[in-house]
Design a protein around this ligand. Sequence first.
Ligand SMILES: NC(=O)c1ccc[n+]([C@@H]2O[C@H](COP(=O)([O-])OP(=O)(O)OC[C@H]3O[C@@H](n4cnc5c(N)ncnc54)[C@H](O)[C@@H]3O)[C@@H](O)[C@H]2O)c1
Ligand SMILES: CC(C)[C@H](C(=O)O)[C@@H](O)C(=O)O
Ligand SMILES: [Mg+2]
Length: 359
Amino acid sequence: MTHKVLLLPGDGIGPEIAAQAARLLKACQQAGLDIEVEEGLVGGSAYDVHGEPLPAETLEKAKAASAILLGAVGGPKWDKIEDLSKRPEKGLLGLRKNLGLFGNLRPAMLYPQLASASSLKPELVAGLDIMIVRELTGGIYFGQPRGIEVRNGERVGFNTYIYSESEIERIGRVAFEMAQKRGKKLCSVDKANVLEVTILWREVMERLAPEYPDVELSHMYVDNAAMQLVRAPKQFDVVVTGNMFGDILSDAAAMLTGSIGMLPSASLNESGQGMYEPCHGSAPDIAGQNVANPLAMMLSVAMMLRYSLNENALAERIEAAVGSVLDDGLRTADIASTGMQTIGTDAMGDAVLAAFAKQ
Ligand SMILES: NC(=O)c1ccc[n+]([C@@H]2O[C@H](COP(=O)([O-])OP(=O)(O)OC[C@H]3O[C@@H](n4cnc5c(N)ncnc54)[C@H](O)[C@@H]3O)[C@@H](O)[C@H]2O)c1
Ligand SMILES: CC(C)[C@H](C(=O)O)[C@@H](O)C(=O)O
Ligand SMILES: [Mg+2]
C-alpha cells in the first residue's frame, strides 16, 4: 500500500529544515519506500494566503495522510494578530486536536559525540536517554472557559486546567507501555500538592500501576522535576506529564542533549496516525540564514518511519547516518563546541544524505 505523507514546512526556519526532510524522503523512496509526498500550508504562511492558519484544504489532506511532517510555525510577523484563533500556533494546535494526536513522544537522547555541546558536565549527560510522554490534546491548552474579560473594572485573563479520568488513563497507558519497552521506570510529573486536576492525575496513574507490575512507578512535583532534570537527568527513563508541564520540561531536556535542534517528536492518535515535528520552533532569530540545525527534523522522519509506517530498518539507517555525520565532526553552529568548524543547514543535509546512502 502506498502511504501518503503530508509535508507542512510552515514558517521561519520551517521551510529550510523541511527541504532537508524532503530530500531524505526522496532517498527513502529510492531505497524502496512506497510513499507519496504532498505539501501543504500551515501557520503564518497559510494565514498570509488564506487568512487562516489551518485552511480546510490542509486539514483534509492531513486527515487523509498516514503521517504528517511539520517544520515549525509562528514568528513576530504574526504575533500582533489580535484574533488569537488566527495565530500560526492555532494551526498546529488545530491539527493536534482535530486528528486526536493525544500521545506526544519527545525523546531526549544524547549522541555521545555531543557530550561537550551539552550545557551540563559530560559525566552528567553521558548515556542520557529519556522519553518524555506529554499529553497533547487536553489540559490547560484546551480547557474551557478561557478568555480575557472585564471584571470589576479591570481586565482579567483566565484558562481552565482540566483532565478527565479517561484522558489521563489513555496517556498513562502509552507511558506504561513505553516504559515496558525501555528501562521499566516511569516517573509521573504533577503538581498534586496544589492542583486538584493533578491529584486526579496521580490517582489514575496509581490505579493503572498494578496492570504493569514490571514497571516501577514514581511521582514527582513539576518544580522538583525541573530541578532534577538539570541536577541528575540520568535518573529518568520515561516521564509522563500533562500538556503544559510537558511543553516546558521537554525544552529543558532538549538542551541536555546539546541543542533543541536535535530533538524530534512524534504525536500519535488512537489509530497510529502520527504527526512528526522537531520540538523547537520557527527560530525567527536565525531564519533565512541557512544556519538552522536540520537534524531534529531529519530525526523526525526516522520517528515517522518507526511509529507510523512500520519501517524500523530505514529509521535505524537515518539514525545511524546522523551518528556517522557527528562522528565525522560535522556541526551546525548550535551544536559546535568552541574552536570547531561549522556548516550550514544545506551542507548538514548533504552530509546526512551521503551517510544514509552508504549505510
Ligand atoms: N512546533 C512549533 O511549530 C513551535 C514550537 C515552539 C515555538 N514555536 C513558535 O516559534 C516562534 C519562536 O519561538 P521561540 O523563540 O520561543 O522558540 P524557538 O524554538 O523557535 O527558538 C528558541 C531558540 O533556539 C534556537 N533554535 C531553535 N531551533 C533551532 C535549530 N533547528 N537550529 C539551531 N537553533 C535553533 C533559536 O534560534 C532560538 O535562539 C514563536 O512564534 C513560537 O510560537 C513553534
Ligand atoms: C507552538 C506551541 C503551540 C507548541 C506547544 O506549546 O505545544 C510548541 O511550543 C511545542 O512544543 O510544540
Ligand atoms: Mg514547546
